[in-house]
Design a protein around this ligand. Structure first.
Ligand SMILES: Cc1cc2nc3c(=O)[nH]c(=O)nc-3n(C[C@H](O)[C@H](O)[C@H](O)COP(=O)(O)OP(=O)(O)OC[C@H]3O[C@@H](n4cnc5c(N)ncnc54)[C@H](O)[C@@H]3O)c2cc1C
Length: 465
């Protein structure tokens, strides 16, 4: 069965595939989006139970690009958009078993007990430390140790990397995972000098850095965004797991498995917007180097535990975004978000909602335990660190067996092999969170770039049917 030709087949309906499909449809391109699951959104998933909003993936996004505002406007969901509450500006880091507020101003930095006097002095030496070699790839940990010192690595960067990537700074590549930091060093010779000197340049750039971007979500959670795109797409098929892509003379054939038997689709272009392992399976028969590169991108498992407690039963004031746990502290959680402080209406009036993260590159084995055991880890840690009761009033666990792609050493070479496949197979494109950044805003930027490339390819007549 041939399911009607399209100009482009988008495989995968997470935010990357959805946003690219929408951008193409708006340009008049005939798109069919194939999604393996029963709903769109991929990692983004929001449900409400007993008045509690469960975000099983991202809790928020940073408005790092004007594309977010434009998209929200086009989709007619601006009225649903909500901003993070001012109290969520503060963040806590665990040190010696105590939660210490992260200093947010230079003065606070000098008085904080989070870093020793030696670590503070070490930081002041940063502008006098020479550049690393431009060509040599360096781990985030080596880069930070070299420029900022070991204590800053242990009590600032290690927990931050766990919070963003569920990652390990010893294995991530600074060039691939934090390209701006690497650029700052290369351009200004120092992160501190670059931060001060680059202010005017940053003000002119419509894209905002993650430090200054506004944080947002939607009244009913992040899935509002992906649902809104899915509703607007003319052709989106669920339960449609693509199992094969075959390049042909006039474009690509895509085979989908399903209860009703296999279906075939044909189009001049294919945009692969699945996680890297699936993309590796599709490309192995005809682009083995790209497939090997995709298969080599690690995705550690991660568990998300959403729990609710009566406000008056928790000792901590929960006056911030949440807390992060450095590896040195040897705990069972990577950190937790104070979800009901971050946004309004996350839980009934008398309850507070917390979202804890367990596993990642640091402790992958913990995220693979039974749900009940994982719930136990989270409750025990919240009791120890926040003074919460031993049992939550409400608790839900989501396990992601392959959560977040890690931009480890060698990642840029892997991306180069994917680019090579795109050059060798005109009309084949890749766009997902293993490329261009893992944050939702990064995915939107990558999707916009991919949609332009697909549209240019279709407009050029290259590979026309
Ligand atoms: C627990 C967690 C918390 C996070 N928190 C934040 C946060 O607070 N802020 C933030 O900005 N980012 C956060 N992120 C990262 C961000 O959510 C993701 O990077 C982003 O949503 C990924 O989108 P994607 O479309 O690239 O991939 P995915 O969401 O993985 O989507 C891929 C889609 O492809 C589909 N698919 C797979 N195989 C096939 C196939 N063979 N055929 C058809 N379809 C297929 C899948 O079903 C899925 O829908 C978080 C991630 C996780 C896991």
């Amino acid at each position: 069965m041939l399911n009607g030709d399209a100009d482009v087949i988008v495989v995968g309906g997470g935010i990357s595939g959805l946003a690219a499909a929408w951008a193409l449809q708006r340009r008049g391109v005939r798109v069919v989006l194939l999604e393996a699951a029963v709903r769109a959104g991929g990692t983004i998933g929001s449900t409400r139970e007993q008045g509690c909003l469960i975000e099983s993936g991202p809790n928020s996004m940073l408005e790092t690009t004007p594309l977010i505002g434009e998209l929200v406007g086009e989709l007619g969901i601006a009225g649903e958009r909500i901003a993070a509450q001012p109290a969520a500006r503060s963040r806590y880091i665990l040190r010696d078993g105590k939660l210490i507020a992260l200093p947010l101003s230079p003065l606070a930095f000098f008085v904080t007990s989070l870093f020793s006097a030696g670590a503070k002095l070490r930081l002041l030496r940063e502008p006098f430390i020479g550049r690393g070699a431009r060509a040599a790839e360096e781990s985030v940990a080596d880069f930070v140790r070299r420029r900022l010192g070991t204590e800053f690595l242990d009590y600032a960067i290690n927990p931050f990397v766990a919070g963003v990537y569920a990652g390990d700074p010893e294995t991530l590549s600074v060039q691939a995972a934090f390209p701006r930091l690497h650029e700052l060093e290369q351009k200004h010779g120092s992160l501190i000098r670059g931060q001060l000197l680059g202010a005017r340049e940053r003000a002119r750039n419509p894209d905002k850095s993650k430090q200054v971007a506004a944080m947002l979500s939607f009244r009913d959670g992040m899935q509002t965004l992906t649902d809104a795109i899915a509703r607007r797409l003319t052709r989106i098929e669920f339960n449609a797991e693509a199992v094969r892509i075959v390049p042909g003379e006039h474009g690509y054939g895509v085979t989908v498995s399903g209860a009703a038997g296999g279906r075939n689709y044909r189009a001049r272009a294919v945009l692969v917007a699945t996680p890297a392992q699936a993309a590796a399976r599709f490309t192995a028969p005809f682009a083995p180097h790209a497939a090997a590169a995709l298969a080599a991108i690690p995705y550690p498992p991660l568990a998300v535990v959403v729990s609710a407690y009566r406000r008056d039963t928790i000792a901590h004031p929960l006056d911030g975004f949440g807390f992060l746990v450095p590896q040195r502290e040897r705990r069972l959680v990577l950190g937790a978000i104070f979800s009901s402080t971050l946004f309004e209406h996350r839980a009934p009036e008398n309850l507070v909602l917390l979202t804890s993260f367990i596993g990642g590159m640091r402790q992958p084995e913990l995220a693979q335990r039974e749900e009940g055991e994982i719930a136990g880890f989270a409750q025990a840690e919240l009791a120890a660190l926040l003074g919460a009761p031993v049992h939550a009033d409400f608790i839900r666990v989501t396990r992601w067996p392959h959560a977040i792609p890690q931009y480890t050493l060698g990642h840029l070479d892997r991306i180069a092999r994917i680019e090579e496949a795109e050059r060798n197979f005109p009309g084949l494109f890749f766009c997902a969170n293993y490329r261009g950044g893992i944050a939702v805003g990064d995915c939107l930027k990558s999707a916009d770039r991919a949609a332009r490339q697909v549209a240019a390819f279709l407009g050029s007549g290259d590979g026309a049917a």
